[in-house]
Design a protein around this ligand. Structure first.
Ligand SMILES: Cc1cc2nc3c(=O)[nH]c(=O)nc-3n(C[C@H](O)[C@H](O)[C@H](O)COP(=O)(O)OP(=O)(O)OC[C@H]3O[C@@H](n4cnc5c(N)ncnc54)[C@H](O)[C@@H]3O)c2cc1C
Ligand code: FES
Length: 280
């Protein structure tokens, strides 16, 4: 049985950080467990009946200070649920379930870490960098992309890392996608010493799989599937993976993920067949 309890939280801050992008800080009871980077929370308003289902968000920051516990989220308005959240004022009451899922594993003996973020996918990677979990590595390079320069968020929290930025429209820095930036540099990384952590939209993750191909670089990715329960009960978030026997199996993103080894994932190709990264 899952022991995770939904708790009441209240909004401390909910401010626009870019067009259609918001940073929310939620005060929580002190009993709320400390999340591992890559874990997520399900959030809904306590005072609105619609939408009924909570929405999943990666943990962007977490603090316990002077007896106060708070979680930070970075979100973009995608539809009804996030639009409603963006209108809530400080003091508004929320229902928060979490921390949920399996987060990023530490880089264990790797000398070099690459963080690859598309859009609000930067959220769990900022938390990972700031959590101190990468402390044993020598160097961290971040590749961060967004559609436009205005939509680049979280960069100020990546200070200290070697930062490479790009935009789809070329309005800031390199014109292209984060996977183009990584493609440019990938030959300079030593696979046995490098760990990649990635989060972003599904097409970015699929392109990353193709880009890495048979290079034996370890890569952990956080997936953003649609979710209903967030607790592993409804099977609404299942993704196809290559199981240990090599056979196709299904995993729940909310419970078995959202972080997976990129090598496990089977992507549906446009023709319907499954494709996956070949390395191992
Ligand atoms: C583990 C996890 C972590 C996430 N972390 C963040 C985060 O840190 N910041 C953030 O902004 N968003 C994050 N998301 C995505 C976020 O949950 C969705 O954008 C949100 O649920 C949309 O709700 P809505 O009611 O506004 O939109 P809806 O009305 O439900 O949908 C609007 C549009 O968004 C699409 N959509 C809905 N849910 C998702 C999803 N999960 N992934 C991709 N597209 C979706 C729909 O297909 C539709 O086109 C995360 C999702 C998961 C599963
Ligand atoms: S959202 Fe219900 S099983 Fe994952």
């Amino acid at each position: 049985m899952d022991e995770t309890q939904a708790v009441r939280g209240d909004i401390v801050e909910n401010r626009a950080v870019a067009p259609g992008h918001f940073q929310m800080s939620i005060r929580l009871p002190g009993s709320f467990p400390t999340p591992v980077p890559g874990q997520f929370v399900m959030v809904r308003s306590a005072d609105h009946e619609e939408p009924l289902l909570a929405r999943p968000f990666s943990v962007y920051g977490f603090q316990r200070r002077r007896g106060e516990t708070a979680v930070d989220l970075l979100y973009r308005t995608a539809g009804r649920g996030t639009a409603l959240l963006s209108r809530l004022e400080p003091g508004a009451r929320l229902v928060v379930l979490g921390p949920l899922g399996r987060g990023f594993a530490p880089p264990e003996g790797m000398k070099k870490v690459i963080l690859l973020a598309g859009g609000v996918g930067v959220a769990p990677l900022v938390f990972l960098l700031r959590s101190g979990r990468l402390a044993g590595t020598n160097a961290c390079t971040c590749y961060v992309g967004a559609r436009t320069g205005e939509q680049l968020t979280g960069l100020e929290l990546l200070r200290g890392a070697d930062l490479h930025v790009c935009t789809d429209d070329g309005s800031r820095a390199f014109c292209g996608q984060v996977t183009d930036l990584l493609r440019r540099d990938i030959g300079g990384y030593d696979p046995p010493e490098t760990m990649i952590y990635a989060c972003g939209p599904s097409p970015m993750i699929r392109t990353l799989g193709r880009l890495l191909g048979d290079r034996p670089i370890r890569c952990q990715v956080s997936l953003e599937e649609r979710m209903a329960c967030g607790l592993g009960a409804c099977l609404g978030c299942a993704v196809a993976v290559r199981g240990e026997s090599g056979r196709k199996e299904y995993r729940r993103v909310c419970k078995d993920g959202p972080v997976f080894d990129l090598r496990e994932i089977l992507f549906a190709s446009p023709g319907g067949a499954e494709e996956g990264q070949q390395n191992g």
